[in-house]
Design a protein around this ligand. Sequence first.
Ligand code: SF4
Length: 479
Amino acid sequence: MRLKTRAQMASRRLIRELVKPLLARASEDDLIKVINILWRYSPVPKHREDFGKLVGLLKNYPSAGELTPHARRRLVETLVINPIVSAPLRKERESMGMAAPFLWAISPTNRCGLKSCVGCYDRGDFIGGEITELPFETADGAVKEFQRDLGVYNFTITGGEPREWGGSFNPAENWLLRLARGNPESSIQFYTHGVETRTDSSGDLVIEPMSPAYVAEIAKLGNLFPAISLEGGPETTNRRRGGGVRDVYGPATESMARLHQAGAVFFVSLTVFRQNLYEITSDEMIKEAIRLGAIIAWFFPWVPVAETEVEKVRKLQLTPRERRWLAHRIVEIRQTFPIFAADFWDDGSLVMDANKGNVMCMAAGRLYGHLNCRGDWEFCVFGHHATDNIHNGIGPAQAVDSDFFRLFRSKHPWSCTPGDPCPMIDHNEVIREIIQESGAKPTRPLATCVLQGPVADYLKDEYGPQYVELCRQEYGVGQ
Ligand code: SF4
């Protein structure tokens, strides 16, 4: 790190320590005033934009108004102050042509008490029933190294079920809570089924809401943000997540009620299939998410990264026209309802590369990447190939600038519009080329489904070209 960068970061750290006690005493109005000042006078356009969004969130979203003062302060600390502290380091790395990720995803376990959700993108890991986990120290060490060496303070923990990592829901023993406790400067979002599962004496699966003690700990920590999965209303959620026979919706929404009651920040995570497209995006669904207290709704159109049958893919995956409809509906939701809605695949305009003005696939360290439960450094949560592994001594700083990730980033740009960023789903020929040139190896049994075989060919020859053509027409590209 250059001397100038080191000095800039030290002075920003000092300011952070001076601001913290003020934040602790600040009223809601004072907090908004502070953010407003940072927003208006920040020299970095992207920061002005981010602060503007946060002010809007705190001022206008009814659920944000119900957060505890502690939760609001922690939100400001983790989402606003810490990125400012790390900005000089990220800027230095960018100027040297190195990766400067803003976020990292970690899947520390493939355990999941539900296991049976239709089309689970992680289900390849369950073949053979093998349970794999990162040791706590490995994941914790990676988080600390990301903070120190790369200025990354935002983490997404996924899985498997992150709350089952380490095998205990007991707050005193739970590894996810321990990770958040030990890294208070970082914001840690986690995707969760939102329930607690156990087997009773007759071997039946029992599904219950998050315990009050677990919820209280989340509220107390303030840097841990659950994104709880729903598929629509009770019937649709229970059909996918409970095999049509178990109630998952009731316990999951009861967990939300408990989090809301405790004033904790939480989100909803919504996987979109052909079968639930109109239900999961309906006014009623969005109003229900707001009533439950969620402040962000993450939409994930289902993608076939672990499927072998084209007919199943045709049945589940949104058609190109449905996917464009969804992209427009999400913008409408954002503009109409007091909740921040975003679509992981189709909101490319939210992650424009400010320096180059092009639309981004965030993967391979460009904005983010993924450490899986076996320690593989994958380019994306949905991209199951790697060349390096943390258990072989490759840490975050080496991984983000590995030959594989550099090669991946060098292939940009492949998208034509803000709607078609994905090298696997939209431009399947690109991922084939990257994997072949890099020699990256599959990290789980069904990983090669996107490289060869009927589903890969369907994506390359039919789905991708049709979808990209729709995007081109819509954005007037190449006409
Ligand atoms: S590889 Fe696809 S899913 Fe992953 S970040 Fe890029 S566009 Fe998104």
